[in-house]
Design a protein around this ligand. Structure first.
Ligand code: SF4
Ligand code: SF4
Length: 185
């Protein structure tokens, strides 16, 4: 308790030296944790979206770096196991070439069209996720996989609702949002 109050004070002073210490949580655990604070988080994010604070990107990027400095995606792979990336035409061409098949063959074997008319993988976990959480096509992976969980992108205020959803999948996003809530904006 005393430590939490101390950390909050440091955040208010903008001189916080502690690092985010993300630990692995299953999607089930994240869903339960996110559910507990859903209304409070939604209201916080709504205010943040309205305010569009100039320093938001810098703060989120710093938290992103801190979190991924210590937390390894290989200990998680929740995103690869539960939500597939949206595939662009270029992704499909690149992956098909890498796997030495025709794009039409790649689509037939791995891809389906969702309700938004986007290409997605047919199966979850992703067909290219290996048992040790490595990605079989890492160097050629889809753009959406490279960009997930979007906590290092510009104009983070534009994806606050998406990030709230991602709190149920990604332990790093969950921790970043929780850290943001402790700061005075
Ligand atoms: S991006 Fe997030 S959900 Fe995906 S493996 Fe890394 S920590 Fe896990
Ligand atoms: S292509 Fe690789 S990074 Fe993308 S979801 Fe599949 S296993 Fe994960």
């Amino acid at each position: 308790m005393v430590q939490r109050i101390g950390a909050r004070q440091k955040l208010r002073d903008s001189s916080r030296n502690e690092m985010i210490d993300t630990t692995y949580k299953t999607p089930g655990e994240l869903k339960a944790l996110t559910g507990k604070t859903r209304a409070e988080t939604a209201s916080f994010l709504k205010k943040l979206r309205k305010k569009r604070p100039k320093q938001l990107d810098n703060v989120v990027h710093k938290l992103h770096c801190e979190a991924f400095e210590k937390f390894d995606c290989l200990d998680c792979a929740n995103c690869c196991k539960t939500i597939g990336p949206r595939l662009t035409g270029k992704d499909i061409e690149r992956l098909a070439k890498y796997l030495k098949v025709k794009p039409s063959g790649f689509i037939r074997q791995y891809v389906e069209v969702d309700e938004d008319n986007d290409y997605i993988f047919k199966e979850h976990p992703c067909p290219f996720l290996l048992p040790d959480n490595y990605c079989m096509v890492y160097e050629q992976r889809p753009k959406a996989c490279r960009e997930y969980p979007h906590t290092d992108r510009k104009r983070f205020y534009q994806i606050l609702t998406l990030s709230h959803k991602n709190c149920e999948i990604c332990p790093v996003v969950f921790d970043i949002v929780e850290e943001l809530k402790k700061q005075s904006w």
